[in-house]
Design a protein around this ligand. Structure first.
Ligand code: SF4
Length: 663
C-alpha cells in the first residue's frame, strides 16, 4: 500500500470548467510540458462528469493517445465523491499514483490550498505478514543459504518499512520461496484474533483506504474483494476495500476473465499440500506434533495424491463433463480425500488449549471439503467444471479442479452494476463494429451511456495494414513455410524492428525455426528470458525482431522507430476446445443465439485490436501492420474485423508497403 496523506479536495476545482482545463490556453496547456489539445480527452471528461452527476453507468472506448486517465481523474476529483479506480496492469496503477495524480494536484492546487487523499492498494500477497515473520524469528526453519540471506533482508526491512510492500525490497528476487511463506495472503490470516493485528500492514492499508477519496486497485484485488463480500452475505468486516458508489474500470476489456476467476472455485493438490505444510510447520513450532496428527497428515497427502492422479492426464485444460461417471468409478478415492480432510480437521480441533492459527487450519480443511464437494457434485447449470494440469515449482505437475461461471453477466449485474450508482468502463478496445452490444452482454451492464471517442492519431497516414491475399489458410500445413518466406521479405522492408505475434507456441516455434539463420537481424524469442528482460533487450537492440505469443499482445508499450512493424499470424479466435470457451459457446447456442457471431468473433476482434494497438503509441510513430490470415478478406465475418479496426491505410499489395517505407 502507498498513500498520499492529505485532506479531501476543496471546491476550488469547480472554479475551472472542463473546457477551461483541457482547451488550448487552459490549465493543462500551461502546466503540462507535452500538452496537445485532444478533442477526445475533453469529450471523455465531459461524459464522465455527466455520468457521475446523473448517477449513470458509462462505457467509453478511448484509443491510445486520448489521455484517458486525466479525462476520468479530473471529473472524479471535481465530484468530491469517494471512488475506486481499478486497472488491469501494475504499470497503469503506478502511472496514476506516481504521475497523473501528483500532476493534477500540482496543476489544481499550485499553492497547496487543497490536496487529495489517495491510496494505492495491491493484492495481499505483496505485503509482509508480521505474525509469520515473528513466528519464524522465534524458531527459524530455513532451507539453504539463500533463504537465510532473504530472511535477514526481510527482518531488517520490517523494522523500518511503513507499508510492508515487497516492492520496496528490490534485492528480493521475484520468485523468492521465503516470501511465499511470509506474505499476508488471506487464507493464512488470523484477522482480528491475530496478536499483530494492530500493527499489521493489511490493517493499516484497510484504515488508509477507509480515509481515502481515491483508492487505486487492480481488477484481481477488486473482484477478489467483491467475491469475498458476496460470499459473506454482507458481513460488515468482510473484504478490505471501502464501500463506494462509483468505480472506474480502466482496461475494462479484461473484466469478464478476471471476474470469472474470482466467482469460480478452484481446488488443487498444491492447495492441499500447502495446508499440510502450514499445519506441519505450526505443530513443530508449537511443539504439538502427535502421532495422531502425523497420521492424519500422512493420510491426507496420500489421499490427495491418489485422487488428483485420477483426473485427466497430460498438461493443459480439459472439460470435466463426466463427473457423475467418474464418481461412480472413483467414488472411494473421492470419499477417501474428503474423509482425510475431515480427519485432519477433527484432530486439529481436538488439540487442547491451541493457538489461534490452529482454528484457521480447521477452517481451511473444512473449506476444502465443501469446495471439493461442490466441484464434484454440484449440478449448477451456470458453471463449467474442468481440470487443468500445469507445471509448478521444481517441475511438479499441479492438478487444479476448477469451476467457472459460464456467464458472469447475471452475477455482475446483481452484485456490481445494480448496487453501484456509477460505473465507468473504459479501454482502448471495447467496441466491436462501433458498438458495445458485446461487452454489455458479457458483463450484464444493461443501462449505460456509450461513447466511442475520435482517435488522437491519424491512423491513415501513420499505419499501413497489409493482408497478403494469396497465403494459404493458416489452419493448413502449407501455411508455416509460405508465411516464413513472406515474413522474411517484410522484415527486409522494415529493417527488422518488428514484433511477430502468434496465436500458438507451436506456430511461433515453427516459424522461428524456419527463419533461424535466414534473417540478418537479431532474433528474440519468448521464453528465452523473462518478459520484461526481453522487452528491454528489444528496446536496446537495433533492428531486433521479437517472436512472441499472447502475453505480448497487450500491455506492451514500445514507442518510436524501434517498433515499426507488427505481424500477426492469424485471426485470434479463442481455442474452441478450451473448456470455458466451449461451455460459453454451447450455452449461447442452446439459448437460440449464434455463439460464433455473438461471442467468438467479437472476442477475437477485441484481441486483434489489442495486438495491432502495439504499433502506434504516439503521434510520431509510423509503421506496418500485417495480418497473415486472409480470411479477413474472404469470409463474411471478416467484415466485422475490418469495420472494427481504426482507419489504417489498407492494402493487399506488397509494392504499396515498400512505397510506405520509401523504397
Ligand atoms: S492480521 Fe493477518 S496478515 Fe496481519 S499480521 Fe496477523 S496474520 Fe498476518
Amino acid at each position: 500500500m502507498a498513500s498520499t496523506s492529505q485532506p479531501a479536495p476543496s471546491g476550488a476545482t469547480k472554479d475551472v470548467s472542463l473546457y477551461q482545463f483541457f482547451a488550448p490556453g487552459g490549465v493543462l496547456a500551461r502546466t503540462h510540458p507535452a500538452y496537445e489539445f485532444r478533442r477526445g480527452q475533453l469529450q471523455m471528461a465531459q461524459a464522465v462528469e455527466q455520468a457521475l452527476q446523473e448517477k449513470r453507468h458509462l462505457i467509453v472506448e478511448a484509443g491510445t493517445g486520448t489521455g484517458k486517465t486525466l479525462a476520468y481523474l479530473l471529473p472524479v476529483i471535481r465530484s468530491g465523491k469517494r471512488v475506486i479506480i481499478s486497472t488491469g496492469t501494475k504499470n497503469l496503477q503506478e502511472q496514476l499514483f506516481y504521475k497523473d495524480i501528483p500532476f493534477l494536484e500540482q496543476a489544481l492546487f499550485p499553492h497547496r490550498e487543497g490536496k487529495l487523499n489517495v491510496c494505492y492498494m495491491k493484492g495481499r500477497n505483496n505485503y509482509l505478514c508480521r505474525k509469520k515473520l515473528y513466528d519464524l524469528t522465534d524458531q527459524p526453519v530455513l532451507s539453504g543459504l539463500e533463504e537465510i540471506e532473504h530472511y535477514r533482508a526481510i527482518a531488517a526491512w520490517e523494522k523500518t518499512t511503513q507499508t510492508g510492500d515487497r516492492a520496496e525490497l528490490a534485492e528480493l528476487p521475484e520468485a523468492s520461496a521465503l516470501w511465499h511463506k511470509l506474505d499476508a495472503r488471506s487464507d493464512t490470516c488470523l484477522g482480528q484474533k491475530c496478536s499483530s493485528w494492530e500493527k499489521c500492514f493489511i490493517t493499516e492499508m484497510h484504515r488508509r483506504a477507509m480515509e481515502s477519496d481515491i483508492v487505486i486497485v487492480n481488477h484481481h484485488l477488486f473482484f477478489a474483494d467483491l467475491a469475498i463480500k458476496q460470499s459473506s452475505d454482507g458481513a460488515p468486516d468482510a473484504g478490505i476495500l471501502p464501500d463506494v458508489g462509483t468505480v472506474i474500470f480502466d482496461e475494462a476489456h479484461e473484466l469478464e476473465d478476471v471476474a470469472g476467476n474470482y466467482f469460480g472455485v478452484s481446488v488443487s493438490n498444491a492447495r492441499v499440500e500447502e495446508l499440510c505444510r502450514d499445519v506441519e510447520a505450526s505443530l513443530q513450532r508449537n511443539r504439538m506434533y502427535t502421532a495422531a496428527l502425523s497420521g492424519a497428515l500422512k493420510s491426507l497427502r496420500e489421499r490427495s495424491q491418489f485422487f488428483f492422479a485420477l483426473l485427466a492426464a497430460g498438461e493443459g485444460r480439459f472439460a470435466f463433463e463426466n463427473r457423475r461417471e467418474f464418481l461412480e468409478e472413483n467414488g472411494d478415492e473421492f470419499m477417501g480425500l474428503q474423509q482425510a480432510l475431515q480427519r485432519l480437521g477433527a484432530e486439529l480441533a481436538n488439540i487442547p488449549s491451541k493457538p489461534e492459527e490452529i482454528f484457521n487450519f480447521v477452517r481451511r480443511a473444512q473449506e476444502l471439503q465443501v469446495q471439493l464437494g461442490f466441484l464434484m457434485e454440484s449440478e449448477d447449470h451456470n458453471t463449467v467444471f474442468w481440470v487443468e494440469r500445469r507445471r509448478g515449482g521444481r517441475d511438479r505437475l499441479n492438478v487444479f479442479l476448477q469451476a467457472t461461471p459460464i456467464d458472469v453477466a447475471p452475477i455482475l449485474k446483481k452484485c456490481l452494476f445494480d448496487s453501484l450508482e456509477c460505473a465507468v468502463l473504459t479501454s482502448a478496445t471495447l467496441a466491436v463494429g462501433g458498438g458495445f452490444e458485446y461487452i454489455r452482454g458479457r458483463l450484464g451492464l444493461e443501462h449505460a451511456r456509450e461513447s466511442v471517442l475520435p482517435s488522437h492519431f491519424d491512423y491513415s497516414s501513420q499505419a499501413i495494414l497489409y493482408v497478403p491475399p494469396d497465403l494459404p489458410d493458416p489452419r493448413t500445413p502449407q501455411f508455416a513455410a509460405k508465411a516464413a518466406d513472406l515474413i522474411r521479405r517484410l522484415l527486409e522492408i522494415t529493417r527488422g524492428r518488428a514484433f511477430v505475434l502468434f496465436t500458438s507456441y507451436a506456430q511461433m516455434n515453427d516459424v522461428h525455426q524456419r527463419l533461424l539463420g535466414e534473417l540478418e537481424f537479431p532474433m528474440l524469442l519468448q521464453g528465452d528470458a523473462p518478459k520484461s528482460a526481453l522487452l528491454e533487450e528489444f528496446r536496446l537492440t537495433p533492428n531486433a525482431v521479437l517472436f512472441a505469443t499472447s502475453s505480448f499482445w497487450q500491455g506492451v508499450d514500445v514507442q518510436g522507430e524501434q517498433l515499426s512493424c507488427v505481424i500477426i499470424d492469424r485471426l485470434p479466435f479463442a481455442v474452441p476446445s478450451d473448456p470455458v470457451v466451449a461451455a460459453r459457446v454451447k450455452c449461447i447456442d442452446a439459448e437460440g443465439g449464434n455463439a460464433f457471431f455473438q461471442y467468438q468473433v467479437p472476442a477475437a476482434v477485441i484481441t486483434l485490436k489489442q495486438g495491432f494497438g502495439r504499433l502506434i503509441r504516439s503521434l510520431r510513430d509510423r509503421g506496418l501492420l500485417v495480418l497473415l490470415d486472409n480470411r479477413i478478406l474472404k469470409k463474411a465475418y471478416g467484415r466485422v474485423f475490418v469495420e472494427s479496426l481504426p482507419n489504417y491505410l489498407r492494402t493487399t499489395e506488397i509494392r504499396q508497403v515498400e512505397e510506405f517505407f520509401g523504397l
